[in-house]
Design a binder for this molecule. Structure first.
Ligand code: ZN
Ligand code: ZN
Length: 110
């Protein structure tokens, strides 16, 4: 099975909109996606634990630009000058915040 690939990425004031080649319309909040960065600054390579908290991420942070990394990932240039994070397509699909994905991941309330 081939991995879905983003066909179109749009950086808008309300978030990052991503159209995938399987017709999935993905959406990410800028700050949320910045927080999910997996680079060596944001995640401890030894423990795999995130070293930044959501409060450490500027509230007004947004993606200024993006580039494709090979055929497997996207890299974003964030407005807080952080650009070392690479987001593999599979991770982006896991993090997707569109209504469909949020609903399918929702846990029953206890
Ligand atoms: Zn990072
Ligand atoms: Zn989605």
């Amino acid at each position: 099975m081939s991995q879905p690939v983003p066909k179109d990425v749009q950086l808008r004031p309300d978030g990052i909109h991503m159209l995938w080649d399987d017709a999935h319309q993905g959406y990410y909040n800028h700050r949320y996606l910045r927080y999910q960065c997996c680079c060596a600054h944001c995640v401890n390579e030894m423990t795999g634990k995130r070293t930044i908290a959501l409060v450490d991420v500027r509230k007004d942070v947004e993606a200024l630009d993006w580039i494709a990394v090979g055929r497997y990932a996207l890299q974003f240039l964030w407005s807080d000058a952080h650009s070392t994070g690479i987001y593999p397509f599979a991770l982006l699909r896991q993090l997707c915040q569109c209504d469909q994905c949020v609903k399918s991941r929702a846990q029953p309330q206890t």
